[in-house]
Ligand binder design. Structure first.
Ligand SMILES: NC(=O)c1ccc[n+]([C@@H]2O[C@H](COP(=O)([O-])OP(=O)(O)OC[C@H]3O[C@@H](n4cnc5c(N)ncnc54)[C@H](OP(=O)(O)O)[C@@H]3O)[C@@H](O)[C@H]2O)c1
Length: 254
């Protein structure tokens, strides 16, 4: 089975680092044109843009804060002007910060919910018009990146877990809502994955060992292992899957 994404115009939020970077590379390697979004980390964005250029992947690197409607609107305008529409939206950008009930400020709660949940809504809300423009025959897909936290909760990260659970609820709602438009909506829920987000936790020997003991496959995942699931869900072969939450977590949460 060859997963060929030729002709697919894809936007990946938070696409220049970590899991988003792996998703961007995997989509481009499968033939998609990619628009890769980032917020602040210009160094990694520039470096990644150069790498994509060296590999002759058709790409754009777009700076936008997904919590800001105007910023997202400008990004979408660039996509529309360049491509005339959009086929695949991967909502990956997020933050993960510790927040203990009784000590967490309202500002901390809002920052996480605004970025992970409301930011994903803002991008999806703006993207829908582009996804229904023109006559593209490419498969139409929205893929949210949730987390095991959204399924079973996460102590000391209730704001993060609530945001990720919210994305699962959005997935199921939009799967039904957008089915008449031929757009499938799915969600990938990673467990522990080696990225900058988890670097501090995984660098500490005793914490890493404790984490590994909770994972039946005995190790954290790699970004490429998450990206592979996105390529599949984006492909024509996944045409009858919608409203699904795909666990990619080494058996950590079932
Ligand atoms: N790593 C894990 O173990 C794990 C587990 C479960 C789920 N996940 C989920 O997987 C996804 C990727 O995680 P990761 O580990 O790759 O994270 P990461 O390395 O920290 O990267 C996060 C990305 O999100 C972007 N971002 C954050 N806030 C943004 C905003 N307001 N606007 C635009 N972009 C923004 C960042 O942009 P800048 O580069 O500009 O900062 C960065 O590209 C997230 O949804 C995360 O919740 C990760």
């Amino acid at each position: 089975m060859v997963l060929d994404l030729s002709g697919v115009r894809a936007l990946i939020t938070g696409g220049t680092r970590g899991i988003g970077r792996a998703i961007s590379l995997a989509l481009a390697s499968s033939g998609a044109r990619i628009a890769v979004n980032y917020r602040t980390n210009a160094d990694s964005a520039e470096q990644f843009g150069r790498e994509l250029g060296d590999r002759h992947f058709e790409h754009m690197v777009l700076k936008a804060d997904i919590t800001q409607e105007r910023s997202v609107g400008t990004m979408m305008k660039r996509v529309e002007e360049s491509w005339g529409g959009l086929d695949l939206l991967v909502l990956n950008a997020a933050i993960w910060q510790r927040g203990e009930l009784g000590k967490m400020s309202l500002a901390d709660w809002r920052e996480t919910i605004n970025t992970n949940l409301t930011g994903s809504f803002i991008v999806a809300n703006e993207a829908l018009r582009l996804m229904t423009l023109g006559e593209s025959t490419a498969p139409k897909r929205i893929i949210f990146i949730s987390s095991t936290s959204g399924i079973r909760g996460e102590s000391f990260h209730s704001h993060y877990a609530a945001s990720k659970g919210g994305l699962i609820a959005m997935t199921k709602s939009l799967a039904v809502e957008l089915a008449p438009l031929g757009i499938t909506v799915n969600c990938v829920a990673p467990g522990w994955v080696r990225t900058e987000m988890t670097a501090a936790a995984l660098a500490d020997n005793s914490t890493r060992k404790a984490i590994q003991q909770t994972i039946p496959l005995g190790r954290p995942g790699e970004p490429d292992e998450i990206a592979a699931a996105i390529v599949f869900l984006a492909s024509r072969q996944a045409s009858y899957i919608t409203g699904e939450v795909l666990n990619v977590n080494g058996g950590y949460v079932l």
